[in-house]
Design a protein around this ligand. Structure first.
Ligand SMILES: Cc1cc2nc3c(=O)[nH]c(=O)nc-3n(C[C@H](O)[C@H](O)[C@H](O)COP(=O)(O)O)c2cc1C
Length: 405
């Protein structure tokens, strides 16, 4: 029987999340104290060795990212709590259950890269989380545990693209949230043109335990290439629609049937989409794949943010993909042509297929369009938007063909 392993959510429902003393009594801020006695370079090396890979979707080694930060008079640490991915609520859960662990993780990063200022960029739909975070920051400051590292919260206004790190930076600067060309990467030239480390909430929340227990301990948990745990949020036609934290070598089948309790109302499984709206659709035959980043990529899917959307046998795949295409058409910021035009045309063709007015030629066209978007879009939004179309054409093509004229 697969079991949860709690690193990020270790304090969840055990301490009062709104009381910094509870966090401190549970061992909180010991890791920050420890790193203050360490050479910043050694902290970066430890995080690099732990191989904690970004939990916001791109899966990049956090320590390696920090090691690219050049010397500068001012540097920033940014925590990405935009969480605009439909079906994802893991970052909100982490912050609501244990905000101090995120603040401690940010301060550890601050010490490692030599930054005195952190920002948390919070999704506009989470005003109550902003309130809770401000309270947590006030308490930490009053206790003096953050030292000279300051943290402020900034709020988004509901644009999905603002989760992309450079659009997020533009938004904090007060500009329209549109992605920048990379390079330069934010680590070198980010917020107000200063070196800026952007990491996801869950990435930061892993750091205190990595420092307390060591890189080797962390690296020994889960899948060797993507060690540790992953917080997943189960949604859709599953019995238990809950957040869980599992080792990264857990299989998708275990996630759905052991943690999720199987399919609702005794129905049969049809598909699961992991990683949010842009995630690939996975059929029954691939359910024994582990959820780690590389295993998911190897089957043309993604781990992404860890949203797990389960569909039973009554679901119409083409209809679902059409709705997803509408989401991307709506959320494309319009800065680059492949995404602005591509998401619009994808939605147009998907609607045509869905209403039974399309021919095989339309499928050829959407595949061509998808390939151009994957290669030519400026940011991950346009690059990943065709993922659901491509993976459903691979695994559920018969559902498309059934609707052709
Ligand atoms: C359209 C789009 C939306 C994104 N939304 C988020 C988000 O809500 N939260 C997040 O952490 N990363 C998001 N990302 C990924 C970020 O650009 C970035 O890779 C991440 O914040 C880095 O943190 P990590 O290395 O700890 O994962 C998004 C990327 C794209 C292209």
């Amino acid at each position: 029987m697969a079991e949860e392993v709690r690193i990020v959510l270790r304090n969840a429902d055990k301490i009062d999340p709104n009381n910094v003393d509870d966090y401190i009594n549970a061992g909180g801020y010991q890791a920050l104290e420890k790193v203050r006695g360490m050479d910043p370079k050694a902290v970066i090396e430890e995080v690099k060795k732990a191989n904690v890979r970004g939990r916001g979707g791109a899966g990049f080694n956090a320590g390696l990212k920090w090691s690219f930060v050049p010397p500068a008079d001012v540097k920033y640490v940014v925590c990405n709590l935009d969480e605009g991915e439909p079906g994802t609520y893991k970052d909100r859960t982490i912050v609501q259950k244990d905000p101090q662990t995120v603040l401690e993780g940010m301060a550890i990063c601050g010490h490692a890269i030599g930054s005195k200022q952190g920002y948390i960029y919070c999704r506009g739909e989470y005003p109550y989380v902003v309130e809770q975070l401000n309270q947590a920051i006030d308490q930490a400051k009053a206790k003096g545990v953050l030292g000279d590292f300051d943290i402020e919260v900034r709020m988004g206004a509901g644009a999905y693209v603002c989760g992309e790190e450079t659009a997020l930076i533009e938004s904090i600067e007060g500009h329209r949230g549109e992605p920048r060309f990379k390079p330069p990467f934010p680590g070198v030239e980010g917020l107000w043109a200063k070196p800026t480390v952007v990491n996801n909430v869950e990435t930061f929340a892993n750091l205190p335990e990595i420092i307390n227990k060591g890189a080797d301990w962390f690296a020994s948990i889960g899948a060797p290439n993507y060690p540790g745990t992953k917080v997943l949020t189960l949604t859709g036609d599953v019995v238990n629609r809950v957040p869980i934290e599992v080792p990264t070598n857990t299989t998708i089948r275990e996630v759905i049937y052991e943690f999720g309790g199987g399919i609702r109302n005794g129905r049969k499984f049809k598909a699961v989409q992991i990683g949010g709206t842009s995630g690939g659709f996975i059929p029954e035959s691939l359910l024994d794949t582990p959820i780690d980043f590389d295993s998911m990529s190897s089957i043309g899917a993604t781990l992404g943010t860890g949203a797990v959307f389960i569909m039973d046998d009554t679901r119409d795949i083409v209809d679902i993909v059409t709705r997803i295409s509408k989401f991307f058409e709506h959320e494309s910021c319009g800065k680059c042509n492949p995404c602005r035009e591509g998401t619009f045309r994808c939605y147009e063709i998907m609607k045509k297929i869905n209403r039974g007015a399309a021919s095989a030629k339309d499928i050829d066209n959407i595949v061509l369009l998808a390939r151009v978007m994957q290669k030519a879009a400026l940011c991950g939004l346009g690059q990943a938007a065709p993922g659901p179309i491509m993976t459903t054409l691979q695994h559920f093509r018969h559902e498309y063909e059934r609707k052709l004229v």
